[in-house]
Design a protein. Structure first.
Length: 277
């Protein structure tokens, strides 16, 4: 099967805050799984990809650098197979993600999208939002400081000013949801779905419907246009599930050995479909 030549584009370290090793680990496992199935996988950095070093017409990637995303979209438009799609990756940038998920009637926290140089006290008051999360909206997260928990409108205004001074122009403000955090990982089109509550204890009150969560996450992956995905949700006391974050190709750290074969098989299935065109 050596006729299948794949370019594998690894994620730039700047877009793997606290996860450089984990991101590399899942990517290398998937590349090894593809090689075991007879594929030739050539691995490149995002910098090499941006510089035009990639000639392959099948591209498997974990890119997040804005120039890489633009190049992925250009290659996709030219007829190359790109997984995850550059358009799907762009849809996971927070502002677009919020608008798409809310527009698709998927459960998501009440949200304001703001410029970081604007006053938000009145808007937060009118929306009845006090405790909330402020998140960088203009591109993927690069630093832990790109996501901030605040307790009231005055603190929110201060955090937005800090974002503005760091050169971040747009932010989303998500209402804080009380409940149990649940992390999830999936591969669209396969049987693989893994979820767990990292802070659960014997006295934890949360019990959630994993089937409902999976259905909601698959719907989100579909509307966002990503195949390999993960993220976080909150289970409220009444059992309500809400997605609070959705990522294109996360690290799969708790389940990478189990996930890698599913990712590789789904990539191969899509390659075979692509080759029949």
């Amino acid at each position: 099967m050596a006729e299948i030549k794949i370019a594998g584009i690894m994620r730039a370290g700047a877009y793997s805050p606290n996860h450089i090793g984990n991101d590399a680990a899942i990517f290398n496992l998937v590349a090894d799984q593809l090689r075991k199935r007879g594929c030739e996988v050539n691995v490149y950095s995002e910098e090499q990809f941006i510089a035009g070093a990639v000639d392959e017409h099948i591209i498997v990637n974990m890119c997040r650098e804005p120039r890489s995303i633009s190049e992925l979209q250009r290659r996709e438009d030219a007829g190359d197979l790109v997984l995850n799609s550059g358009y799907g990756i762009e849809n996971c940038v927070r502002e677009r993600m919020c608008r798409i998920l809310m527009g698709s009637n998927l459960s998501y926290p009440q949200t304001l999208v703001v410029n970081t140089n604007e006053g938000v006290r009145d808007r937060l008051g009118a929306a009845g939002i006090e405790r909330c999360w402020i998140k960088r909206a203009d591109e993927h997260t690069r630093h832990k400081e790109d996501v901030s928990y605040v307790r009231h409108a005055e603190e929110a205004q201060e955090v937005l000013q800090e974002y503005f001074l760091r050169g971040i122009s747009r932010a989303v403000i998500n209402r804080h949801l009380d409940g149990e955090l649940v992390k999830f990982y999936g591969v669209l089109g396969t049987d693989f779905f893994h979820c767990f509550a990292p802070n659960a204890s014997e006295n934890s009150r949360s019990g959630f419907d994993a089937g409902s969560l999976r259905s909601m996450c698959e719907s989100a992956a579909d509307v966002l246009g990503v195949v390999v995905y993960g993220g976080d949700c909150v289970v409220e006391a009444d059992g309500t599930l809400s997605i609070i974050d959705f990522d294109d190709w996360p690290s799969f750290a708790p389940c990478r050995a189990e996930a890698a074969p599913y990712i590789a098989r789904e990539i191969l299935r899509r390659i075979k479909k692509f080759q029949k065109k």
